[in-house]
Design a protein around this ligand. Structure first.
Ligand code: B12
Length: 211
């Protein structure tokens, strides 16, 4: 029997060898990739985050859980329903310089791809000037950046400044997201969009591409 709670438990406990098999069982049982990603894998990471905050878990356990999550995520991401093609933008996406947390960025990328966008994924810990260069080279409409850490929020502000200095503000739109960000923060730095989760990333991309 396929069981979402079991998958959550596997990720939380870092039982890495079991993650692929249980994800496959869920997919075989007809559970959608989206449900697995949002109700299973992401939920497990929330629990891991809580345990880390309570000092029940330390970095090695968090890392093991993240690696376990990726076993399932890599199986589920290609199976996301890509039927809808509401947007047809060109988007650079990455995690800003100084931050290596890339799980959320990868989920956003998959959903944005599914929505019909051409994505240029620069990975994590990406130097800010490289982000701008790529955006120019690929003639993108949107730069989407992610960060989960407070110190690296400054990089997002810097990107807005660099765009303004290059006369590109408003021409290339920006959207920001990740645990350290908020709608207020996005507004305060002059970003064009913000999203709480990957579904909202798609909503924001569609909105920004219309304007
Ligand atoms: C997993 C994890 C790790 C893993 C990361 C593995 C990986 N490949 O990503 C490892 C073990 C490597 C790690 C390392 C560290 N971590 Co850590 N980590 C976490 C943890 C537990 C979960 C993060 C996660 O993956 N969540 C699940 C995903 C699905 O959620 P998400 O990323 O938020 O993404 C969703 C949304 O935010 C949104 N979204 C994301 N990006 C974008 C972009 C756009 C444009 C939009 C619209 C939306 C959007 O959509 C996503 C999907 O719906 C968090 C705890 C937490 N509460 O977040 C700490 C946490 C982020 N880590 C933290 C810290 C401090 C660190 C370290 C500095 C620890 C250390 N002392 O070394 C290092 C970082 C080193 C570095 N320079 O980056 C802190 C950050 C605190 C802060 N505010 O600055 C947190 C909050 C833990 C804590 N409570 O202290 N970590």
């Amino acid at each position: 029997m396929a069981n979402m709670d079991l998958l959550i438990d596997i990720v939380v406990k870092g039982r890495i060898k079991e993650a692929k098999g249980e994800t496959q069982k869920l997919l075989d049982a007809g559970v959608t990739a989206k449900e697995i990603i949002f109700n299973g894998l992401s939920k497990a990471m929330e629990i891991v985050g809580e345990k880390y905050e309570k000092k029940e878990y330390f970095l090695p356990q968090v890392l093991l859980s993240a690696q376990t999550l990726y076993q399932g995520l890599n199986l589920a991401l290609p199976k996301l329903d890509t039927a809808s093609a509401d947007a047809a933008g060109r988007i650079v996406i990455c995690v800003v310089e100084g931050d290596v947390h890339d799980i959320g960025k990868n989920i956003c990328k998959a959903l944005l791809t599914g929505a019909g966008n051409t994505m240029f994924d620069m990975g994590r810990d990406v130097p800010l000037k490289d982000i701008l260069q790529k955006a120019k080279d690929e003639h993108v409409q949107i730069i989407a950046t992610s960060t989960l850490m407070t110190p690296t929020l400054a990089g997002m502000k810097e990107i807005e400044k660099m765009l303004a200095e290059g006369g590109l503000k408003g021409k290339i739109k920006t959207m920001v997201g990740g645990g350290a960000t908020s709608a207020d923060f996005a507004k305060s730095i002059g970003a064009d969009g913000w999203g709480y989760d990957a579904n909202e990333a798609v909503r924001e991309a569609i909105r920004l591409l219309k304007h």
